[in-house]
Ligand binder design. Structure first.
Ligand code: SAJ
Length: 426
């Protein structure tokens, strides 16, 4: 099948890089987003998100006339949907089911411009069955067209799921190099979707069913979550037993078939802490290990915070005259993982906010930001350099293993009280 025009619905962290990479292959790409500001920014050849190398690819795509953004869908040969699938929020607050309303709105929008021969691919991370649901929404909106769920290989519209699997910070490279799992509602749907992805993907395009592709994405992130939970649980056990967990893991990893991941301040980001819940929500009685891993990782920030509280209590015992405000805790790192400036869903940020509530002075050391985020703007908080923190803090709490901290590890080690959640000190 020929793909002359490709439309990307949703121009966020996945949609925009994907649209730009297709444009770099000299395909006409129409990006669609409900956010007028994002659309205007992109049409000026600029970007509204932070991702290395992306600005260059978007700028080139717009300048050469291959990439254009708009708020209203237009006819195309293929539609790719990359919209958010956050947790659902009902009257009792957030639950761990997925909110599919963004996909539903995307379907409503593209249904109007669908014509026979079109391919629609869902890229958003979704619970098993969502691609079938998407097909049902499209069919409801366009009773004049036929869809795979009723007409199989003979349908007018082809439908597939191809989950994104790129690492934030390396998106542009991984979009091209990674293998892709491509699940069709029928084998023909998968075949046509593989043809689309082969325009940009240098890795392998692996055809399967839509349900397997949906589950593959959830399983990839659950695999990581379960393994990080193992490391986090070990760190708590080792602390109880007075064993250095970093030594322990590096020794155990000398076994040829053991590869324990790194304990940390918790699991952040937008994917690994979210996706496993979609499996738990679907099979609550069966997904016991996956649920427990989530709980272990979610508990880790509280454990780190308890250690800060204990360190402060200890200081009060040795300095009976000191008030809380006389004590300073430095939090090293608030990003959700090393060497990025992304603070969203960051356990380090959550811990730091709770340290502020302990009433002490708080110094935030985060070399990747120039000002404190809203949640940390309080009179007892300041953004300082590592040198300042090392000179002034009573307690140093290492929350993210940024490269610049590793270079200063020896100086951090000299501090009397260090709570090292990430193994900076080895
Ligand atoms: N972390 C640890 N210990 C480790 C590794 C990570 O505590 O040994 C923590 C990090 O500090 C961070 C969190 O886990 O807080 C997640 O970081 P990450 O770098 O492992 O993953 P993300 O969220 O940036 O990206 C993941 C990737 N998934 C996998 O590696 C299976 C990426 O490929 C996915 O595309 C992305 O989620 C997504 O969109 O689902």
């Amino acid at each position: 099948m020929e793909f002359n025009t490709i439309s990307m619905i949703g121009l966020g962290y996945i949609g925009l890089p994907t649209a730009a990479v297709f444009a770099s292959r000299r395909k006409k790409v129409i990006g669609v987003d409900i956010d007028q500001r994002a659309v205007d920014t992109i049409n000026q050849g600029k970007i509204h998100i932070i991702e290395p190398e992306l600005d260059m690819v978007v700028h080139a795509g717009v300048k050469e006339g291959y990439l254009r953004a708009t708020t209203q869908p237009e006819p195309a040969d293929a539609f790719m949907v990359a919209v958010p699938t956050p947790f659902h929020t009902d009257e009792n607050g957030q639950n761990h089911k997925a909110d599919l309303s963004y996909i539903q709105s995307a379907c409503k929008a593209i249904a109007k411009v669908l014509v026979p021969g079109n391919l629609v691919v869902l890229e958003s991370t979704s619970p098993v069955g969502t691609t079938e649901e998407m097909a049902a929404w499209l069919a409801e909106a366009r009773p004049d067209l036929t869809f795979p769920q009723t007409h199989g290989e003979a349908s007018d519209i082809r439908i597939a799921h191809c989950p994104e699997r790129v690492l934030p910070g390396h998106v542009v490279r991984e979009l091209v190099e990674n293998d892709r799992v491509i699940g069709g509602m029928t084998p023909k749907c998968a075949e046509v979707a593989c043809e689309l992805y082969k325009i940009v993907v240098e890795g392998e395009c692996l055809p399967t069913t839509a349900r397997t592709a949906e589950m593959a994405k959830l399983v990839e992130n659950s695999f990581r979550d379960v393994n990080i939970a193992f490391a986090n649980e070990l760190s708590i056990i080792a602390h109880e037993l007075d064993i250095n967990v970093w030594d322990l893991i590096s020794l155990a990893n000398r076994h040829p078939r053991v590869n324990i991941l790194s304990p940390g301040a918790g699991v952040g980001g937008h994917c690994i802490a979210v996706d496993p819940w979609f499996i738990v929500a679907a099979c609550p009685d069966q997904a016991r290990l996956i649920r427990t891993a989530r709980e272990v990782n979610d508990h880790k920030p509280d454990w780190v915070l308890d250690r800060v509280g204990q360190a402060l209590e200890e200081l009060h015992r040795t300095q009976p005259g000191a008030t809380r405000r006389d004590l300073t805790v430095a939090c090293l790192g608030v990003a959700f993982k090393p060497d990025i400036d992304d603070l969203r869903e960051s356990p380090a940020l959550g811990i730091t906010q709770k340290v502020v509530e302990l009433g002490c002075m708080v110094q935030v050391v985060e070399p990747n930001i120039d000002s404190l985020p809203k949640g940390l703007q309080s009179e007892n908080v300041s953004l300082v350099s590592l040198d300042e923190a090392l000179a002034q803090a009573d307690v140093i709490c290492v929350l993210v293993k940024h490269k610049s901290f590793i270079q200063m590890a020896e100086s951090v080690k000299e501090k009397a009280v260090v709570i090292d959640a990430v193994g900076l000190l080895g």
